[in-house]
Design a protein around this ligand. Structure first.
Ligand code: DHB
Ligand code: MG
Length: 224
């Protein structure tokens, strides 16, 4: 526990109270994370709002999400794309997908979201095989060892101009250890190296502190 962790939480609470009110559907989705296989892994409200703003700024109409859990970020993304938009969200666990489906109904966005249950890489490959129209925005927030595979799949499912955001790239600072034997850390380091080596991609990464501790995300723009 960092001495400042309480302060990080208080600042997040202040920002959320001031700028990012959650409606009943979002509150319920957050709380129902407890009924998933990974409680409290959803993004913070101010992070969900950032995803929504990035979607809006990039004019995204079609969103692909790796990792649904209870559908908390999915609600933010689905609201951001609007009535004519679409979100495809990939979730391994049927139990989580059922929780998310209920939350998306409550949020009034179920008809613009397609939840695909099963291994996310397999679902993504099926989307590629089906010749799915490119996605404008991708949020990668599932099992971290698969990040490199998810990026590769994302490149088969996007177009120049698409935006890709990857969550959890800091993990309490563990990301700086080149010899880490944690598969999640290796998944992050490999995907960042892959991004850096790919001349189709421009990217940055930011650390965050707050209600979710010390973590961060990468923002990638596909330029060609
Ligand atoms: C973990 C995964 C997440 O997507 C997250 O936001 C926080 C934690 C995890 O794997 O521990
Ligand atoms: Mg995450």
């Amino acid at each position: 526990m960092y001495a400042s962790e309480q302060a990080w939480r208080e600042v997040d609470a202040y920002f959320v109270d001031t700028l990012v009110p959650e409606d009943e559907a979002l509150v319920h989705a957050r709380q129902s994370g407890g009924a998933t296989t990974m409680p409290q892994a959803e993004v913070a409200a101010n992070q969900g709002k950032l995803l929504a703003l990035l979607c809006g700024m990039s004019g995204a109409r079609r969103v692909l999400e790796f990792g649904t859990l209870a559908g908390y970020s999915t609600i933010w993304l689905a609201r951001a794309v609007g009535r004519d938009g679409h979100v495809t969200t990939l979730e391994l666990e049927p139990q989580n997908a059922a929780v998310a489906a209920d939350n998306l109904r409550r949020a009034g966005v179920a008809e613009r979201v397609d939840i695909r249950t099963g291994p996310a890489l397999k679902s993504a490959e099926q989307l590629v095989e089906a010749g799915t129209e490119p996605y404008d925005f991708v949020f990668i927030d599932a099992d971290k060892p698969s990040n490199p595979a998810y990026l590769k799949a994302s490149l088969a499912l996007t177009r120049p101009g698409s935006v890709i955001v990857i969550d959890n790239v800091v993990r309490n600072g563990a990301v700086t250890d080149p010899d880490s034997d944690d598969d999640r850390v290796r998944g992050v380091r490999t995907v960042l190296a892959d991004i850096a080596a790919d001349d189709r991609l421009e990217a940055t990464a930011l650390q965050t502190v707050g209600a979710k501790g010390w973590d961060g995300f990468t923002v990638v723009r596909r330029v060609r």
